[in-house]
Design a protein around this ligand. Structure first.
Ligand SMILES: [Mn+2]
Length: 336
């Protein structure tokens, strides 16, 4: 028996399985969910093996499993659904999975699409690498030292059962969460795992180029716009910028076009903390934070009800942008 089977406690009574990632799926989320889905599909047969994913950005749609994933819970699974329709099979599936697995999800509220199904599942398993994860499943397998959840899964998989397309999913997860092996979460193990995945014959440079580096014209424009608006605080140790919903619609950008802006801010000389604020709706803003060497941004975000990693975290706050930045900078100042 391999380790993933141990952790999932797979046996003949586990007939229905759901896998889900987090809201706003990134490379690690889509990589791990599709890797686990492919792995389990090859491992044994289930009555149902369903993958729930918010529609990922198009550069991640090449991963195998994305096109089979569900973007919403089927209506017939709805909780409290009155008696089954006449003529329906008496054992028609009711949405109560034997096993529900979340990958790369730091807390229950962040499960995308299928959160209600998590609550109704007979058993839940959480596989993750977020430091802030308190373990919200019946069984929790959390490795905070791993650069990506994909690293965690790799260690649980039987190497011989990792196909080329599973390797592509895992590799995508690692390069996205480690910034192609440059963030401080990258370890010798990260490199060793990447090497083992390369041995599966994956198109690693194409994956980096197409899923990580490539930007659309509008993404380049909005990056320039936000850099132009950026301001320094705390004697140049903190850089902040933001974009309102009016500016977003004027430039024709969606939230997926804003990926990578906060990382670019972080590269500013002399800066320890980078803060990027963007509109998520009426007076509601998403705050993304990065730090370079000493600040724990997950603790800053926790003050505002968010979380994440030491060097990368986020939270939601009420606007306006200037006020959000003022409050965040005040909190960062206490820690610098
Ligand atoms: Mn991750």
């Amino acid at each position: 028996m391999n380790r993933i089977q141990d952790i999932l406690k797979l046996n003949e009574h586990v007939r229905t399985v759901a896998i889900a990632g987090h809201v706003g799926p990134d490379g690690d989320c889509v990589g791990t969910c599709t890797a686990l889905w492919q792995y389990l599909r090859e491992l044994q047969s289930f009555d149902r093996l369903d993958l729930y994913l918010e529609l990922p950005p198009k550069e991640l749609c090449f991963l195998q499993g994305v096109s089979e994933s569900l973007q919403e819970v089927p209506e017939s699974f709805a909780a409290g659904k009155p008696d089954r329709k006449e003529g329906a099979s008496p054992d028609a599936f009711d949405g109560c999975y034997d096993l529900f697995i979340s990958c790369d999800v730091s807390d229950r509220e962040r499960i995308a699409v299928a959160g209600e199904l998590f609550d109704r599942a007979r058993r839940t398993v959480v596989i993750d690498h977020h430091v802030s994860n308190l373990g919200f499943g019946d069984d929790n397998y959390i490795v905070p030292d791993a650069s990506a959840c994909a690293e965690v899964l790799f260690a649980l998989f039987d190497y011989d059962r990792i196909s080329k397309s599973i390797a592509e999913s895992l590799y995508t997860g690692i390069i996205h969460d480690s910034g192609v092996f440059q963030y401080s979460n990258t370890t010798p193990d990260t490199m060793r795992i990447a090497a083992r995945l390369m041995e599966k014959g994956i198109g690693f440079s194409r994956i980096i180029e197409d899923s990580f580096n490539k930007k659309t014209f509008v993404q380049q424009k909005v990056l320039g716009f936000c850099l132009e608006k950026a301001e320094l605080f705390l004697d140049g140790r903190c850089i902040c910028t933001g974009i309102t919903s009016e500016e977003m619609s004027r430039l024709g950008v969606t939230k997926q076009d804003l990926e990578g802006i906060v990382s670019q801010l972080r590269y500013t000389e002399g800066v320890e903390a980078a803060v990027f604020v963007y509109s998520r709706g009426e007076n509601l803003y998403k705050v993304s934070m990065r730090s370079n060497s000493c600040l724990d941004v997950s603790s800053v975000c926790a003050v505002f009800g968010g979380g994440g990693h030491i060097r990368a975290a986020g939270c939601n706050m009420d606007g306006p942008v200037e006020e959000v930045i003022r409050r965040v900078v005040a909190e960062i100042e206490k820690r610098l």
